[in-house]
Design a protein around this ligand. Sequence first.
Ligand code: CO
Length: 243
Amino acid sequence: MSINKILENNRQWVSDKNAQDPEYFSRLAKGQQPRYLFIGCSDSRVPASGITGTGPGEMFVHRNIANLVVHTDINLLSVLQYAVEVLGVKDIMVVGHYGCGGVAAAAGTKQYGLIDNWLTNIRDVIRIHEQEFLSIENEEQRLRRLVELNVTEQVQNLAKTSIIQNAMRTENPPRLHGLVYDIADGRLKDLQLNGEQPLSGLEHIYATEAPKGADHDSSTYEGKKEDPAQEAAVTEDRLTQKS
Ligand code: CO
């Protein structure tokens, strides 16, 4: 498919949408308040909106190879912080998929380049669950289980972040979910992780608290907060400094 075909598809899509609902784009242009945050694999066979039946405006999306939550990934952390603290998403889902090439590569020994370092995060998942992983004799079953274990660990990685820990102490904490998509039949499976207490059993190692009076001290933290007056003042400040 050439880029011209992409542009032609886009023109067709715009005219279809406008025909169905003339207000469609002007409504979306006003802003977003998505309920969901989707963290999925970059795999082209896992279209985030298609498999979840969500349209524009409903889901904030972050994708990377093998749907990893890495604590030094400024991209993921920024998406998470903005989604939770500014947009106020209610449900956060890590979505893995059976047949994941990244997961399969991490289970093997062949190098693919720079990406091998990224995949080390999945080798860490194997290390944590080594006994169970090695006990599964069938290779396909072993990889399917690794996909699930990887999702479970990434949900826990979310729970280890200061962002989620602070959000969990607010009045309306987000729920964390681990899902696996099957590219062979199109179905999403809920791993039924304990989304309200994702750190359960590990609090003594990972739980942290904001210092008293800090922005994220649970007694003062309100989650979503926007002060348009203050924002305007800051903008004016910047303009004055420039001139
Ligand atoms: Co994948």
